[in-house]
Design a binder for this molecule. Structure first.
Ligand code: NAP
Length: 285
């Protein structure tokens, strides 16, 4: 039976580290840390995410600046705001909550954020830096996954790592981070043949597909570390991962639950990135 990886506890530890360093920087260097969060429209899920980010800012001692814009906001108006925030010294990190309304080009908005303030690490410059291993910020969800794997005491070096999903925000950067830790990495996607066979070879399996209970226990190698990034809302309103927990926990050595696994890590790593941004902008090591 697998040990459950407690994402709430690990994320609380990350946030406590950030809070401690933030207080120290304030007391010793007079440095204040600020995160601007921009939301366009009324998507209820986005609203929940933004509120959680604001709460996390307060908890670690950051100033948060919320910009809630109307659904009808034009791309030009949004780009103007991003440019204002790029120049605002109180703002160390800028986060534009995705998805944006259909009439706005997400790429144009991401590209407009100053790479130094791009705490989501979605800007092509930051994506490129991850490829060459010279990054300041790591994308929050994959970075959170790495921290969870680390919490199990698993040495990634030489392990067979399988990532299911190749999105720009999760799957691809996840594979790169595992590679940088010397894992032997296979990336799977919807066109992958013999997925079950590949999964059965995985010492570390990271699943980021967006399909409820897709990975079942018979696809998991005995003793594997299983990280479930998926967040799926069932018809009964319950949140559920991409991994069928009941059958998977019988095979895995460690497994993340949903909720309470990867989810809480994403916000904790966002706080960490914002602190890193503030230190870099103040030229503090
Ligand atoms: P996405 O952009 O929709 O990408 C999904 C990936 O899964 C794609 O690469 C797709 O392959 C692959 N896929 C779909 N069906 C498949 C199948 N039958 N077999 C193998 N691969 C398949 O999703 P995402 O943004 O990466 O998110 C993935 C999941 O993680 C979602 O549930 C999302 O809600 C969750 N998530 C959670 C957090 C968190 O904080 N916990 C953060 C981000 C995302 P193709 O490329 O071939 O289409």
């Amino acid at each position: 039976m697998a040990q459950i990886i407690d994402g709430k506890a690990v994320s609380a530890a990350v946030k406590a580290e950030v809070a401690e360093e933030t207080a120290k920087l304030r007391d010793e260097k007079g440095l204040k840390v600020g995160l601007a969060v921009v939301i366009v429209g009324n998507d209820p899920a986005s609203r929940v995410y933004v509120n959680n980010k604001k709460k996390a800012c307060e908890a670690v001692g950051f100033q948060s600046y919320e910009y809630a814009l109307d659904e009808s906001t034009t791309q030009e108006q949004l780009l103007d705001l991003v440019n204002v925030l790029n120049r605002d010294d109180r703002v160390n990190g800028i986060l534009v909550q995705l998805p944006l309304p259909k009439h706005i080009d997400e790429k144009a908005v991401i590209n407009a954020i100053s790479p130094d303030k791009d705490v989501d690490a979605f800007h092509p410059i930051n994506v490129g830096k991850i490829m060459i291993g010279e990054y300041s910020f790591l994308p929050c969800t994959p970075a959170g996954v790495m921290r969870l794997i680390e919490s199990t005491g698993t040495d990634i070096t030489g392990k067979q790592c399988v990532v299911i999903g190749r999105s720009n925000i999760v799957g691809k950067p996840q594979a790169m981070l595992l590679l940088q830790k010397n894992g032997t990495v296979t990336i799977c996607h919807s066109k992958t043949k013999n997925l079950k066979e590949i999964c059965l070879g995985a010492d570390i399996l990271v699943v980021a597909i967006g399909r409820a209970n897709f990975v079942t226990g018979d696809m998991i190698k005995e003793g594997a570390v299983v990280i479930d990034v998926g967040m799926n809302r069932l018809d009964n309103g319950k949140l559920c991962g991409d991994v069928e927990f009941e059958s998977a926990e019988k095979k895995a050595s460690f497994i993340t639950p949903v909720p309470g696994g990867v989810g809480p890590m994403t916000i904790a790593m966002l706080m960490k990135n914002t602190l890193t941004a503030a230190k870099q902008q103040a030229e503090i090591e």
